[in-house]
Design a protein around this ligand. Structure first.
Ligand SMILES: [Zn+2]
Length: 468
């Protein structure tokens, strides 16, 4: 515990973007937040430890974050929507979300950041660089959760981004580039904050009712944005030097291989199709087996084929039939029609196309063998967002310099980095998730892993800043 005096805070001073005209001060330190600030140890900014008199000066070490402070900040986040089972329910735009953003804003100020909220409700902390012409380096993530969610998804990247700023501040490290820490709102409900930065929140999205019960429009107003002017939050492509996001893996790949850091190659693309298998509906008691054109049996063949194709082609593509419905769906009727879905994901859209072509070929064989027709109708696409090759090298070199084992891997889940990739180069850092569990109160990443991830984030920022 540090001197409680160190935690006394007045109301946080929040500067609105010059493009905004709200009179309200959205970030005031409420009693609840003040209590967390006083009880927690997360936000103390101390000087670097001094060597004892007479001791040899330590060899200069590359700077590292304060892991205890980082993990305390994560624990403090749980004061806002934390549940007794170690999970968190902090729905975007809810009161807990507002309080946690307020807490984050206060810690950002401790880090010497100039705090503002843009028209989309992005909570932004800015630190000037020494070169007035240099574009900002952006770090950040989200602090909203799914209902009955975990306490690491998004939280880690947010806390680590603030911890990087705290470390630079207390060590008085000047960067050539400005640094921006951004907490993006409503990631879980559609990446509203980061999508607004790339002009991808159409007016119709503002009517969508989120898990908290507020529409995206009303929620945006609640957190200090302006839904009527959300389009003005858009930034120009090329307006940043780069973006780094630290995130938990949300899968079990790193843990299974005992690897500390994942160097993310990109966020996979997704394509989905509706499958319709048409056979012949008939009486289940009187139709002899050789005469049947059973749509569900044909669908079963196709589902096996989807699994085989994805499993046997080289690469890390995944293909899934996740939904199935037999029509008419009665115990005494040979199904005449089956509706199902097919989803394929890969880092390369061309690979998705290749996998689909092979599945289509197998579908034609099933049609032949079972006397059915199979239609595959495309209905959804999310483009792959590869990370920047130079940023992969930076993340990898940072992990190596810190002595952390690492591997290159894709991200099977979507992240704010996916939107940010439209503004400029992005890099992502993964740390292990216990048992690969996420979007659940059982989500867990060990404190040492959180610290390692934040150190790689810090070193990646320093490397990018030093690279021109
Ligand atoms: Zn997330």
């Amino acid at each position: 515990m540090t001197d409680p005096q160190a935690f006394k805070v007045g109301p946080a001073r929040v500067i609105r973007d010059s493009t905004t005209c709200s009179r309200r001060n959205f970030v005031k330190t409420s009693p609840a937040v003040a209590a967390v600030l006083v009880s927690g140890s997360a936000v103390s900014v101390s000087g670097a430890a001094l060597p004892a008199p007479g001791s040899r000066p330590p060899r200069p070490q590359p700077p590292t974050v304060d892991g205890d402070r980082l993990n305390a900040m994560l624990a403090d986040f749980r004061q806002f929507g934390g549940t007794p089972d170690n999970g968190t329910t902090r729905l975007a735009y809810s009161d807990d979300d507002l309080a946690c953003r307020e807490y984050a804003a206060t810690v950002m100020e401790r880090a010497g950041l100039e705090v503002s909220i843009d028209l989309a409700g992005n909570l932004i902390g800015r630190r000037p660089g020494t070169d007035p012409d240099a574009l900002p380096i952006i770090v950040g993530s989200h602090i909203d959760t799914v209902p009955a969610g975990g306490s690491y998804d998004g939280h880690l990247g947010s806390a680590a981004a603030i911890e990087v700023a705290l470390t630079l501040h207390e060590r008085d490290i000047a960067l050539r580039h400005p640094l921006e820490v951004i907490i993006f709102p409503n990631e879980e409900g559609g990446k509203t904050g980061s999508r607004a930065l790339v002009g991808r929140v159409p007016p119709s999205d503002l009517e969508i009712v989120t898990a908290s019960g507020f529409t995206i429009g009303d929620g945006t107003a609640r957190i200090g944005g302006d839904p009527a002017r959300i389009a003005e939050a858009q930034r120009e492509p090329g307006s940043m030097a780069g973006f780094f996001e630290l995130h938990i893996e949300q899968g079990a790949f790193l843990e299974a291989d005992g690897i500390e850091i994942g160097v993310v190659e990109g966020i996979v693309g997704i394509r989905r199709w509706n499958i319709t298998v048409r056979g012949m509906q008939n009486h289940a008691g009187t139709t002899p087996m050789p005469q049947r054109r059973d749509a569900l049996v044909a669908a079963a063949d196709l589902i096996r084929a989807v699994n085989e194709v994805a499993n046997t082609m080289p690469g890390r593509q995944v293909a899934t039939v996740g939904r199935i419905e037999a029509v008419p769906g009665a115990p005494n009727v040979v199904p005449g029609e089956v509706r199902a879905t097919l989803e394929i994901r890969d880092l390369e859209m061309s690979k998705i196309a290749l996998v689909f072509t092979e599945i289509e070929r197998r579908a034609r064989a099933v049609e032949e063998a079972r006397g059915v027709t199979i239609a595959l109708d495309h209905f959804y696409e999310s483009l792959a967002a590869p990370t920047d090759p130079r940023f992969r090298d930076i993340v990898e070199a940072s992990a190596n310099a810190l002595g952390y084992t690492n591997v290159r891997m894709p991200s099977g889940a979507g992240h704010d980095a996916q939107s940010m990739a439209e503004l400029g180069p992005v890099g992502m850092i993964f740390v292990p998730s216990r048992d690969g569990i996420s979007h659940s109160p059982d989500e867990y990443t060990a404190p040492e892993d959180n610290t390692r991830g934040a150190n790689v984030l810090l070193h990646s920022v320093l490397a990018l800043d030093g690279s021109g």
